[in-house]
Design a protein around this ligand. Structure first.
Ligand SMILES: [Zn+2]
Length: 223
């Protein structure tokens, strides 16, 4: 615990020495480089600092858990012209300046997005709902401020389906990890990265088809 606090402090001290000032900041720590820039002069500096700090806390952990060969250099761009939440491709995360300004506590958007870099599936043959479900599962497991951001996994409802993606799939994955087979997400992530997803993937990993897993989940969805 003490070690974690010290680590978080050192990240903050390190990062604050290079505060984002409207230009391009290049931050380095423990073998990882984060290049930060944006086009919003008025973007909250403290918030930029939080995005940076979150990156240096979660990215090494995600890399260690899922993919040690992930990109060592990541780019953040805070964009006034992007009106979604955030989007990631080719080692670059584009954050909506508008969304982040309106949702300053939703800091683990970083965790979800940089998980996409760690996933690095490229043109995978696997379904997109698995990709997004795993990214939200990673946010659930490794996020540093989910509660403060009012971000939780939604309770099971009968109208849901495993391929609803994002948090619904993430909760299903959390249930599989807790009740059926620990390590499923790591295996699924690996299959997706190797472009080896097929109709038997869920059965190969857990012993059950995805339909059977969902049926069991719907009958007793506690996690
Ligand atoms: Zn995503």
């Amino acid at each position: 615990m003490k070690k974690i606090i010290l680590l978080a402090l050192s990240v903050m001290i390190f990062a604050s020495a290079n505060s984002f000032a409207g230009g391009i900041d290049t931050l380095k720590k423990n073998g990882y480089t984060l290049i930060v820039s944006g086009n919003d002069e008025n973007f909250d500096k403290e918030l930029t600092q939080k995005l940076i700090n979150t990156f240096f806390i979660v990215y090494p952990k995600l890399s260690k858990e899922y993919n040690k060969n992930t990109d060592k250099v990541v780019t953040f761009f805070i964009d006034t012209a992007y009106h979604g939440v955030a989007a990631t491709g080719d080692g670059k995360v584009v954050f909506s300046a508008e969304y982040m300004t309106k949702h300053k506590t939703d800091i683990d958007v970083v965790t979800h997005e940089v998980m996409h870099i760690v996933q690095g599936y490229g043109e995978t043959n696997g379904p997109w709902w698995v990709t997004e479900g795993i990214a939200d599962y990673a946010r659930y497991k490794f996020g540093i401020a989910n509660a403060a951001g009012n971000w939780t996994l939604p309770e099971y409802k009968a109208t849901q389906k495993y391929d609803n993606s994002y948090r619904i799939t993430a909760r299903f994955l959390a249930w599989i990890e807790a009740k059926v087979k620990k390590g499923t997400v790591k295996k699924l992530d690996d299959v997706m990265r190797r472009h080896a997803y097929n109709d038997n993937t869920w059965k190969d990993i857990t012993g059950y088809s995805v339909e059977d897993l969902w049926k069991k989940y719907s009958e007793n969805p506690a996690i």
